[in-house]
Design a protein around this ligand. Structure first.
Ligand code: GUN
Ligand code: FE
Length: 418
């Protein structure tokens, strides 16, 4: 069906500049954007959202659904201690389907009510509860990828599979997930320290045979990188190790990439692989500040991510402002050759940038997926300057001042879910 939405349209088609249409019309047919218009389209129903902002949806390239229940807790550790002390014991509880159902129902509700439209999500090693998570997110109307996590070493017994189990459960998971329409499986080796060489090679082969994307962690923390150096003495780098196992291509998401070297950037860009920049998590776990500007200069694909629960917020607007703020600290304290991100750039990364991982998504150009947010003009109730603000300024104000607010309406792949 053809229809239109009216409001203050704002989106980015390229890095660094906003497109704006005040009191404009966004024309949609079924699940696709047809374009924007300043004039009222003829013979088409119009939903008038007044002075609300109308933007593309936001795309979360990396988060852990089982960790949502403890987001905001346990922030005094660095990565490896945080995994051992808190994350692994709590993830082990997802063997219990009643527990998983409670935790994943709350997660699916909150993700539905957020500004995220599509996401790439980690479950746990448990096939059944990860399939339950998939069906809850599909029922919520969201789109994206969910992975059953693979782990066969250096983890507590209650969260470790044998290599054979990890491979057979992964294949069973992929087969059983095939009945879902909008939530698809993604091959998910946790990271090199948790997976033996034979498991990593088997998962690389499965992703090729089944034509599935891959998500994992790369270069997050210096002790982790040192450990990978010991575990993979034959590899020149962490990224080189993933390449050797056949886990890098244009549909691979490497979460964090805080300490990625120039040589590793060459490897990532030569495969057209993706970095999921997780600024909130990188601060909480004292991991460091990723060189996002350098990735962009080097042609490495970048999306933004909450990394819940390393990240303490599900809000992708918070990730936009956290990515800007952390880039300013990096510029001032670490490397003054990389200027900080501007608001329009971070917004682009959160929309069309990360959206491109899911296909044509994250813009109002014709042919893009109808992933749309209707956002209350929060400036009107919160600042005396409201009448003087431009649409760009209203959006910036929204991101910094009301990042957790529930959208007035949200369309995912053309379907209104809020
Ligand atoms: N590296 C391996 N597992 C994890 C995880 O659960 N969270 C984060 N932030 N990094 C990881
Ligand atoms: Fe993570």
């Amino acid at each position: 069906m053809r229809h239109a939405l009216k409001g203050n349209l704002i989106w980015t088609e390229e890095m660094g500049s906003f497109r704006v249409l005040k009191d404009g019309y966004l024309l949609i047919e079924d699940n696709t954007i047809l374009g924007v218009s300043a004039k009222k389209p003829e013979n088409v129903p119009v939903a008038d959202f007044g002075s609300s902002l109308i933007t593309p949806g936001l795309y979360d390239l990396h988060l852990h659904a089982p960790q949502y229940m403890f987001s905001g807790l346990f922030m005094d550790e660095e990565l490896l201690e945080w995994l051992d002390k808190h994350t692994f014991p709590l993830e082990a509880r997802f063997a219990d389907m009643d527990f998983a159902c409670k935790a994943y129902t709350a997660f699916a509700d909150d993700l539905k009510n957020s500004c995220t439209v599509r996401a790439s999500v980690f479950g746990t090693i448990h096939r059944k509860s990860t399939l339950l998570l998939m069906s809850l997110l599909e029922k919520a109307g969201l789109c994206g990828y969910i992975g059953k996590v693979s782990m066969d070493r250096n983890s507590p017994d209650i969260l470790t599979e044998t290599t054979e189990e990890a491979v057979s459960e992964e294949i069973r998971f992929i087969d059983e997930a095939s009945s879902l329409k909008n939530i698809k499986p993604i091959v998910t080796p946790r990271f090199i320290p948790s997976c033996t060489d034979s498991l990593l090679s088997a998962l690389g082969a499965i992703s090729k045979e089944r034509n599935l994307p891959v998500q994992t962690h790369l270069d997050e923390n210096q002790s982790e990188i040192e450990w990978v150096r010991e575990l993979c003495p034959e590899s020149r780098s962490y990224a080189d190790a993933y390449e050797r196992y056949g886990l890098l291509d244009g549909r691979s998401i490497m979460a964090h990439s805080v300490w990625t070297t120039e040589e590793e950037m060459d490897i990532l860009s030569s495969h057209d692989a993706w970095v999921a920049h997780s600024p909130s998590s990188n601060m909480n776990l004292s991991s460091g500040i990723a060189p996002v500007r350098r990735f962009l200069e080097r042609g490495v694909n970048v999306g933004l991510a909450t990394d819940t629960a390393g990240g303490s917020s599900l809000s992708m607007f918070r990730m936009i402002t956290d990515s800007i703020q952390s880039s300013k600290l990096r510029w001032r304290l670490q490397d003054d050759s990389l200027p900080p991100l501007r608001f329009s750039e971070a917004f682009y990364i959160a929309t069309k940038g990360g959206g491109s991982f899911f296909g044509k998504a994250g813009s109002f150009e014709p042919g893009f997926a109808a992933d749309i947010l209707i956002l209350e003009d929060s400036s009107e109730e919160m600042t005396v300057l409201a009448p003087e603000l431009s649409i760009e300024e209203k959006l910036e104000f929204y991101a910094y001042r009301t990042p957790d607010r529930r959208p007035i309406a949200k369309y995912v792949d053309g379907k209104r879910i809020i």
